[in-house]
Design a protein around this ligand. Structure first.
Ligand SMILES: Nc1ncnc2c1ncn2[C@@H]1O[C@H](COP(=O)(O)OP(=O)(O)OP(=O)(O)O)[C@@H](O)[C@H]1O
Length: 366
């Protein structure tokens, strides 16, 4: 049994590229009536990976099941996950129901940040997590359009708390729920920041969640790297940030500003998502990198972070998001959803790693 645990411990976790032992993943091994039972618990949601892990463990343990004391035994493997909490010091009471806050940011507008944020939140939920989504994009709140919640208003509790609106399995809140078509434009400036602050501190995130807690709150940040973004990053005590970019040089330069902004306030950059990276020809299916290739990867390496994934420029992504049914909700088993889920697992795994690091004692040299 010890050998089985050792073999499993040496397996590489695809979301981090690290062996399970190094991740301090929980590994359990048992034996009953000719069957070896194994259980691995990871620190990020991974429901879609059950089959892949069972196969990986079976293959790795094959030699042990072929000869020796376990010869002829069968093997059954289960995969579990447990999402920890990022300890971030003082937080407003309403945010205490949230274990981890992940910002989705971009150096500039129009790169697909909101589309990525919504699909990332849905992908985390599809992997088994309880997830909230806060649309903090005060310049153009697009969440109500993307989730088909346009025109809904949040319920107000005790005269001062907003109750999040449930949509497609997510707990959601958006400035769009508070603005109306004829809200004066001036209100969308400084007053909108005030409203954003209120949404942050006065939304009861735990109300609709199963056990009163959310594993992740995904925050769709306003585009850019100015003061609003900086203050917001500090105020909400982020567990980490995902930076969305397109592969053009100019967008990458802005994405670098995003990475630097989060570093300045000591928020871990979980990684880069390259959006609209490949174009699939609708006639022949041929894929090509219209805006050049490798930019996101190079930039991630240069700035000590990682490329979480690349998304194609696809009409379906746009049509589905713009019609209130984002890709991961409408085609959860499709190719593009698989990409979003992989990005979600990788980002959440980085949150796990960042949390583990904090718990490590500092080693003094010299
Ligand atoms: N991978 C993609 N393929 C095709 N269209 C996409 C893709 N990602 C986003 N889009 C489309 O691009 C447009 C802009 O996307 P989105 O609103 O998500 O960008 P944003 O960066 O959040 O913009 P803003 O800064 O204005 O909030 C939308 O119409 C969206 O549907």
């Amino acid at each position: 049994m010890e050998r089985v645990a050792e073999v499993i411990g040496a397996l590489e976790d695809p979301a981090t590229g690290l062996p399970l032992d190094q991740l301090e993943a929980d590994i359990e091994v048992g034996f009953d009536a000719g069957t070896v039972y194994t259980g691995v618990t990871l620190g990020y949601p991974c429901a879609s990976q059950q089959g892949a892990w069972a196969q990986r463990i079976r293959t790795a343990c094959e030699p042990l099941l072929a000869e020796g004391p376990l010869a002829g035994s069968d093997i059954r493997s289960d995969l579990f996950f447990e999402v920890g909490r990022t300890e971030v010091g003082e937080v407003p009471e309403s945010l205490r129901a949230v274990k981890n806050i992940i910002a989705v940011a971009s150096g500039k507008g129009g790169v697909g940040k909101s589309t990525t944020a919504v699909n990332l939140a849905l992908a985390l939920a599809a992997e088994g997590a309880s997830v909230g989504l806060l649309d903090a994009d005060i310049y153009g709140p697009s969440l109500p359009t993307m989730l088909g919640t346009h025109g809904l208003r949040p319920e107000v509790k005790d005269g001062k708390f907003f109750v999040p609106i449930p949509a497609q399995g997510l707990q959601t809140m958006s400035l769009g729920y508070l603005l109306t078509e004829d809200t004066p434009a001036v209100w969308r400036g400084p007053m909108a920041s005030g409203a954003l602050n209120q949404m942050l501190t006065q939304t009861l995130w735990g109300v609709g969640a199963e056990d009163g807690e959310l594993d992740y709150l995904v925050v769709d940040m306003p585009p850019g790297t100015g003061d609003i973004q900086l203050t917001l990053s500090q105020k909400v005590a982020l567990a980490g940030a995902v930076i969305v970019t397109t592969p053009q040089d100019l967008a990458l330069v802005d994405a670098i500003k995003g990475v630097e902004m989060f570093r300045k306030v000591s928020v871990p950059v979980l990684g880069i998502v390259e959006n609209m990276a490949l174009h699939t020809c609708s006639n022949c299916g041929h894929r090509e990198p219209v805006f050049g290739s490798g930019g996101g990867e190079r930039m991630a390496a240069e700035y000590g972070t990682r490329l979480l994934g690349q998304l194609p420029l696809a009409m379906s992504i746009r049509e589905q998001a713009d019609s209130g049914k984002p890709t991961v909700a409408v085609a959860p088993e499709g190719e593009v959803s698989a990409l979003y889920k992989e990005i979600a697992r990788k980002a959440a795994a980085q949150v796990w790693l960042a949390g583990e690091d904090e718990g490590m004692p500092e080693i003094e040299m010299g």
